[in-house]
Design a protein around this ligand. Structure first.
Ligand code: AMP
Ligand code: MG
Length: 358
C-alpha cells in the first residue's frame, strides 16, 4: 500500500476502525441512485440484511406488494446463504468440511457452481473458500488482528477452490479438507439483486431502485422517459461521486477496500483478500465498479478485478467488452471502459482515461 493510499484511508476512516459505522455511511453516501429521479416513490422499504443496510423503492400500481416481496426474497436468500446462520445450507456445507457430502437446493448448488467457474476464469483471484482467511484477520468476528507468517502459511493450506467439490447428479457439495469453509460474501448481494429484480418484474410497476448495501440495481425509466441516474462513490471522499451513470435494467456493483478495513501500526488492512497470499489484496485500485445486466457476474467481477489490479482488469475487459467498468486508481485517476462513453459522466475536475482494451 502506497503512502498516498494510506493517507486516503486515514482520511475516510475517521475513527480508524471499521465496520458498522462505515457500512452505514457506505450505504448513505455510496452508489445510491439519484432520488430526485423518483420524486414521489409509491413505496419504499429499508431493512438490514446480509450484514448491511438495504432499500427497495418502487413506483407503480403494485408498489407496496412489490417492495415487500423484494425484501422477503432477500431475507430468504440470507437464510439460505449466510455463513453465520447455523441453519443455512452454506453452514451445513461448512460443518461437514473434510468429512461428508452435503445435499443442497438446486439454487445454492448453481450459485456455487457459477462462483467456481469464475474462480477458474479469474485464475483464483475470486475464491469463495476464502472464509478461513477472513476469520484469521478478524473480519468475521470484528476482532481485527494481523496474523504472523506461520498462521498465514497454515491458513493457505485450508483454502483453494480446487478443493471445493461438486456432484451434479445429486446437487451435492463437499469441502475436501477439514478446516475449510465457504463465504459467499462477494456474490450473495449480486444474486439477491438479480432475484429482487425478477420478483419486482412480476408486479405492476414502472420504476424500481434497489440498493443492497451500495450495490445498486435500477429497473425502468423515469416517468418522462429519461434514464435513471446512479452515482458511483468516490473512494477518496465518500461524500462525493466519481461520476454519474445513466442506466436502465442494470446493476452497478462496486468493490473497494474503503468499504471495510482496519488500521494497525499505521498500516491499513482491507477486507478484500488475495487468495494467493492470504493477505489483503495489494491492489493499485481503490475501487472497481462493474456495470452489467447480470448481478452475480457484476458482484463476482467487482471483487475479482479489484484483486487483479488495473493491468489485469483491463486485459480481462478486453475479452469481455459487454461489461461496463469504472475503476478508481490509487493516484486519483478514474479509468472508464470506452463503451461507457456518453453513459457515464465523470465528476468535473477528476482526471479520467477511457480505455479500449490492452
Ligand atoms: P465485495 O464487497 O463484493 O467485494 O466482497 C467482499 C467480501 O467477499 C469480503 O468481505 C469477504 O467476505 C469475501 N472475499 C474477500 N476476498 C475475496 C476473494 N478474493 N474472493 C471471494 N470472496 C472474497
Ligand atoms: Mg463482489
Amino acid at each position: 500500500m502506497t503512502d498516498r493510499t494510506r493517507f486516503l484511508f486515514r482520511k475516510s476512516a475517521g475513527r480508524g476502525g471499521v465496520c458498522f459505522v462505515c457500512l452505514v455511511l457506505a450505504f448513505s453516501f455510496s452508489a445510491c441512485a439519484d432520488n430526485a429521479s423518483i420524486s414521489s416513490p409509491s413505496a419504499k422499504v429499508e431493512f438490514f440484511a446480509m450484514n448491511t443496510l438495504m432499500s427497495i423503492e418502487v413506483r407503480g400500481a403494485e408498489a407496496e406488494a412489490a417492495v415487500a416481496a423484494g425484501r422477503d426474497e432477500v431475507y430468504r436468500l440470507e437464510r439460505l446463504l449466510s455463513r453465520t446462520d447455523p441453519k443455512s445450507e452454506v453452514s451445513a456445507i461448512n460443518t461437514a468440511a473434510g468429512s461428508e457430502w452435503t445435499e443442497v437446493s438446486e439454487e445454492t448448488f448453481s450459485l456455487i457452481q457459477t462462483a467456481l467457474l469464475y474462480s477458474e476464469e479469474t485464475e483464483g483471484a475470486f475464491d469463495i473458500t476464502i472464509a478461513p482467511v477472513m476469520d484469521l484477520w478478524g473480519f468475521s468476528s470484528g476482532e481485527h488482528r494481523v496474523p504472523d507468517d506461520a498462521e498465514i502459511g497454515s491458513v493457505l493450506e485450508r483454502i483453494g477452490y480446487e478443493h471445493l467439490l461438486l456432484d451434479e447428479t445429486g446437487f451435492r457439495v463437499k469441502l475436501e479438507n477439514p478446516g475449510m469453509s465457504m463465504d459467499l460474501g462477494a456474490v450473495a448481494k449480486g444474486y439477491a439483486g438479480d432475484r429482487v429484480k425478477e420478483i419486482i418484474k412480476q408486479f405492476d410497476f414502472e420504476t424500481a431502485l434497489i440498493n443492497l448495501g451500495g450495490n445498486v440495481t435500477v429497473i425502468g425509466r423515469k416517468p418522462n422517459g429519461d434514464l435513471l441516474r446512479v452515482a458511483i462513490t468516490d473512494p477518496e471522499n465518500r461524500q462525493q461521486y466519481l461520476g454519474v451513470l445513466g442506466s436502465e435494467d442494470t446493476h452497478v456493483i462496486t468493490s473497494g477496500g474503503y468499504e471495510r478495513f482496519f488500521e494497525q501500526d499505521g498500516k491499513v488492512y482491507i477486507h478484500i483478500m488475495d487468495p494467493e497470499t492470504a493477505r489483503p489484496a495489494q491492489s493499485d485500485l481503490l475501487s472497481v465498479s462493474v456495470i452489467d445486466s447480470n448481478g452475480v457476474r457484476s458482484d463476482i467481477l467487482s471483487t475479482a478485478l479489484f484483486v487483479m489490479g488495473r493491468e489485469e482488469a483491463i486485459r480481462y475487459w478486453s475479452g469481455h467488452r459487454d461489461l461496463g467498468l469504472v475503476m478508481a486508481k490509487v493516484d486519483g485517476e478514474v479509468l472508464v471502459s470506452k463503451n461507457l462513453l456518453g453513459t457515464f459522466r465523470v465528476t468535473e475536475g477528476k482526471s479520467v482515461t477511457y480505455f479500449d482494451g490492452e
